[in-house]
Design a protein around this ligand. Structure first.
Ligand SMILES: [Cu+2]
Length: 279
């Protein structure tokens, strides 16, 4: 039986600690939402009945930060892995609609845990806007752009490092190694440049790849070059597939012993994690 047909969820995703709360928003009102998937191992494929999310930031990084021409992106649904964050503008639906914030069923693969569809919150029309609109402060936005030529150069180069996820009955591995607290770094990176990394998933379930201190551009999934690549710090790696990333190691504040890992807690705790030394 396919995952999305397995029936009732074993566990529910709560919203701000509550099972299926109400969210007040008046028709046509625009609210700024900051969403974090704080679940240890459930995916949220977020969807708002009849409305789109106007996404302005992913994983704490404004879309415009590396490309000032992109202020927002309209998305009908958005897959948020554990640890993923989304900031979006939401418009209140009409008063006669019965709207909900939902998570779609997400197929985590033949060996993955079930991740069924569920209602996360009911959207309830408020008689008045729940918040007074405020004008934003006018400090100039901060951007850090990379030239298209530099990005293309890195993207078309051979990967400098390949992360391969595997698993068996004894545990979960990165490049054949199970994480130990006493392990040394799997690799050392000198700060100051963009690097091409590839993350490969040789298992039969999805794994969200995450790295500390660093954002990366996801520009290819398998053989598919992405039309709208995004900068994030957590990316879902399809089972039997791969993602290609431009790692941004340019920020001089990146320092010391750090980590990259699968962000499904049960996988990370059973070994799918490695150290990286930044110097
Ligand atoms: Cu995993």
């Amino acid at each position: 039986m396919r995952q999305c047909e397995r029936g009732a969820p074993e566990r529910a995703i709560t919203t701000n600690g509550v099972v299926r709360p109400q969210i007040d928003i008046s028709p046509g009102e625009r609210q700024f939402w900051r969403i974090v998937n704080a679940s240890p191992d459930l995916y949220a494929d977020l969807e708002l009945d009849s409305e789109s999310f106007e996404v302005v930031a992913l994983d704490g990084m404004p879309l415009a930060y590396h490309d000032p021409s992109i202020r927002k992106r309209s998305m009908s649904h958005i897959l948020v892995p554990p640890a993923g964050r989304v900031e979006a503008i939401v418009t209140g639906p009409s008063a006669d609609s019965h709207a909900a914030l939902r998570s779609r069923c997400f197929d985590t693969g033949p060996d993955g845990d079930s991740n069924p569809a569920m209602v996360l919150a009911d959207i309830v029309p408020a008689p008045q806007p729940t918040l007074q609109s405020q004008s934003a402060t006018t400090a100039a936005p901060v951007y850090k752009t990379f030239s298209q030529a530099d990005l293309k150069h890195v993207e078309s180069s051979e990967p400098e490092f390949v992360v391969t996820f595997t698993e068996d009955k004894q545990g979960f591995y990165i490049n054949g190694q199970k994480f130990e607290m006493t392990s040394g770094p799997m690799l050392t990176v000198d700060i100051g440049a963009l690097h091409h990394w590839r993350v490969m998933n040789s298992t039969r379930e999805v794994h969200p790849f995450h790295i500390h201190q660093v954002h990366f551009l996801v520009y290819r999934v398998g053989e598919n070059q992405l039309k709208d690549p995004v900068w994030v710090d957590t990316v879902n790696v399809p089972f039997g597939g791969s993602v290609d990333l431009v790692m941004d190691f340019t920020d001089p504040i990146i320092r010391g012993m750090s980590l990259f890992h699968c962000h499904l807690l049960k996988h990370e705790d059973k070994g799918m994690m490695a150290k990286i030394l930044f110097r």
